[in-house]
Design a binder for this molecule. Structure first.
Ligand SMILES: *[C@@H]1O[C@H](CO)[C@@H](O)[C@H](O)[C@H]1NC(C)=O
Ligand SMILES: *[C@@H]1O[C@H](CO)[C@@H](O)[C@H](O)[C@H]1NC(C)=O
Ligand SMILES: *[C@@H]1O[C@H](CO)[C@@H](O)[C@H](O)[C@H]1NC(C)=O
Ligand SMILES: *[C@@H]1O[C@H](CO)[C@@H](O)[C@H](O)[C@H]1NC(C)=O
Ligand SMILES: *[C@@H]1O[C@H](CO)[C@@H](O)[C@H](O)[C@H]1NC(C)=O
Ligand SMILES: *[C@@H]1O[C@H](CO)[C@@H](O)[C@H](O)[C@H]1NC(C)=O
Ligand SMILES: *[C@@H]1O[C@H](CO)[C@@H](O)[C@H](O)[C@H]1NC(C)=O
Length: 573
């Protein structure tokens, strides 16, 4: 079969002229902030990824909804690696045509995903220019002076147009911004919102004294249990990217300070993707991974936690995330809960193809029964506190319908009511249609706000966040220094830890884990503490943003978790 098709495609390809190529993707100019400095060196090696057309991604997505919707006869019947592959592997024809085309150009591909829907090929710039009828150029980022090799257009032979979805990196540029995004707000007493000395009446005096949400205070606030979880096969993985490390001695100091009832030697395992490391230098702990790990371990007494660190690929954060997803998909028993608080991008900065590919990988993880939990962002209604602010820009990967997106809450100055945080990212996707599980909740929100601003954002898009949690936490760095930070990532960590504990209860009862959570969440709004006040105005001013309302809203979703209510719902499933 392979030989026959390869031979057939060779006949076609050997006679190929430029006229038989069709453009797959193109752009007129590089994005603002980049300028061409001339042709890329002909012998420079490019490592290209090709996304091959998946056989039946819609069938996979339909299956995900069936096995994730409580009440469906297939609820909890997660797929094996092979079952997922049958949906996403390219057809035999596609694989043969592509391999034949590469072979006729003296190139060989290696699989870059378990199903072979991604392949990677190394080639020189001059080979790539011929293979893809492209013109790879060197572009300089005017802000940082870093250079990057990209093309403004590329093509494939007509016979391959339906088999190759896109090739990366080609026309997608890394973020042009100088220095990247702030990923946190430092809210010490001299910080952005002033001191916080009291907490709600329902929380004990010890928690009131600080008003920052240490594990013990979170247990009180959301009813999260403190007793050790039963030892069962349950895995909770915390992600690190781009040299964001989790320090073991900081974790130990954290447990000694904030979880004196736990063994301070409780630690975590380590998994590396793309050469990722976990630097244990005294000051090496990252501002996301370090507190994420402290809360993941500090809230889930007894559940094994693993740090999965993905190495840095040049200028290519989304490929790092794709590699992480493909690593998880290659495991016979993937983790039950995965937390990814990587500072997200906004859709306007990304290519829809890349976002869709990554979201399809998250759909595969959902099919395998993984609860994949991400943060929204720190910029309110989709805007960045930097030049070029664009209101109503949805955060990605939160906007993927197959992940659970967590926004942020805080306590008002009188400290009696949990409200939306003004920085909580939320909004409506331009890339992904609204999934059915959101229809009722989002339609109710749009009605309640009389469709204000609906010409400015995409009412038919997937809306985020799904849920939320407080975001102001104490953490420990430099082997013992207590500090206080706010970031939406910590909200996601708190929520993911809650999910890991609920999952543990299910597994201990002999049931499958919770898998993809959103159909369950949207069927049980009453399990969340509803935020009714607050807003996320973003950069464009108070009137341009979303308001927290009764029920679901694009600031806090359904609100923060009530563990006792979620426990009751999950134990009946
Ligand atoms: C491409 O080159 C890199 C670096 O030398 C290597 O690690 C990788 O395995 C190569 N990939 C393929 C598909 O040959
Ligand atoms: C980039 O290069 C220019 C010219 O060499 C120099 O003036 C500028 O300071 C450099 N910028 C950075 C961020 O290194
Ligand atoms: C937060 O602010 C305090 C006081 O200004 C400072 O000591 C601390 O280093 C800051 N933390 C981080 C992570 O920047
Ligand atoms: C933690 O580890 C240290 C060093 O191995 C050991 O001395 C100590 O007893 C351990 N603590 C607990 C509570 O197990
Ligand atoms: C709105 O979202 C849909 C997908 O839900 C998309 O097809 C459409 O292009 C989006 N509109 C804009 C203006 O981006
Ligand atoms: C929506 O319209 C109704 C009827 O005009 C009005 O009573 C209500 O206050 C409006 N709600 C908002 C949020 O503007
Ligand atoms: C949010 O509330 C403010 C103040 O009441 C209002 O101006 C704004 O239009 C509201 N935004 C939306 C999206 O409803």
């Amino acid at each position: 079969m392979f030989k026959y098709l390869a031979a057939a495609s060779l006949v076609f390809l050997i006679g190929a002229t430029a006229a038989e190529f069709v453009v797959l993707e193109q752009r007129n100019d590089p994005p603002a902030g980049f300028s061409s400095v001339g042709p890329a060196p002909a012998d420079q090696i490019l490592s290209l990824r090709l996304a091959l057309t998946q056989s039946d991604i819609v069938g996979l997505q339909d299956t995900v909804y069936e096995i994730s919707t409580p009440g469906n006869p297939r609820y909890g019947q997660y797929l094996t690696e092979d079952e997922v592959k049958q949906f996403v592997a390219p057809s035999a024809d596609t694989a043969s045509l592509v391999n034949g085309w590469l072979a006729s150009n003296e190139l060989t591909a290696a699989p870059a995903s378990p199903a072979g829907d991604w392949i990677s090929v190394n080639m020189t710039v001059s080979q790539a220019n011929d293979l893809l009828a492209a013109e790879f150029l060197t572009f300089r980022n005017d802000g940082t002076n870093q250079t990057v090799v990209r093309t403004l257009s590329y093509s494939v032979p007509r016979a391959l147009k339906t088999g190759i979805e896109w090739v990366h990196p080609t026309i997608i540029f890394p973020e042009a911004r100088n220095g990247g995004f702030p990923s946190f707000i430092n809210k010490t007493s001299s910080g952005t919102t002033g001191g916080r000395s009291v907490t709600p009446a329902s929380v004990s005096p010890e928690c009131r004294a600080t008003s920052s949400w240490s594990p013990v205070c979170l247990q009180e606030l959301y009813g999260i249990p403190s007793a050790p979880a039963k030892p069962v096969k349950n895995k909770f993985w915390v992600s690190g990217f781009d040299n964001d490390f989790a320090n073991k001695r900081d974790l130990q100091a954290f447990l000694e300070t904030f979880r004196p009832d736990m063994n301070p030697n409780t630690t975590f395992d380590f998994v590396s993707v793309d050469g990722g490391i976990n630097n244990q230098l005294p000051a090496g702990g990252g501002i996301e991974a370090n507190p994420d790990m402290q809360y993941a371990v500090g809230l889930t007494n007894g559940i094994p936690v693993t740090f999965i660190s993905t190495g840095t690929l040049p200028n290519d954060r989304l490929t790092e995330m794709l590699d992480q997803a493909n690593h998880l998909l290659s495991l016979e028993h993937p983790p039950n809960t995965v937390l990814n608080t990587q500072t997200p991008g906004l859709e306007s900065q990304l290519s829809p193809q890349m976002a869709v590919s990554l979201c399809n990988a998250y759909a595969q993880l959902a099919a395998r029964g993984v609860s994949y939990i991400v943060q929204t962002n720190l910029w309110g209604a989709g805007s960045v506190p930097l030049p070029g602010c664009k209101p109503f820009d949805a955060p990605f990967p939160a906007s993927c319908p197959f992940v659970t997106a967590v926004g942020a809450t805080q306590f008002d100055d009188d400290q009696t009511e949990e409200t939306a945080s003004e920085s909580s990212g939320g909004g409506f996707s331009n890339f992904f249609r609204r999934p059915k599980y959101q229809d009722t909740a989002v339609a109710a929100y749009l009605r309640a706000t009389n469709n204000t601003h609906t010409t400015a954002f995409n009412v038919s898009g997937r809306a985020v966040p799904d849920v939320s949690a407080v975001w102001f936490v104490p953490w420990i760095f430099d082997l013992g220094v207590v500090d206080f930070l706010s970031a939406v990532g910590y909200s996601a960590t708190i929520f993911a830890s809650t999910v890991a504990l609920l999952t543990n209860e299910r597994i201990a009862a002999g049931k499958p884990g919770l898998g993809f959570l959103n159909p369950l969440i949207y069927a049980n709004p009453g399990a969340f503490n509803d935020m009714k006040t607050g807003s996320n105005p973003g950069c464009a001013g108070a009137a341009i943003g979303f308001n927290s309302t009764s029920g679901w809203d694009p600031v806090t979703g359904f609100g923060s978790p009530s563990y006792p209510k979620l426990h009751e719902i999950c134990s009946k499933l």
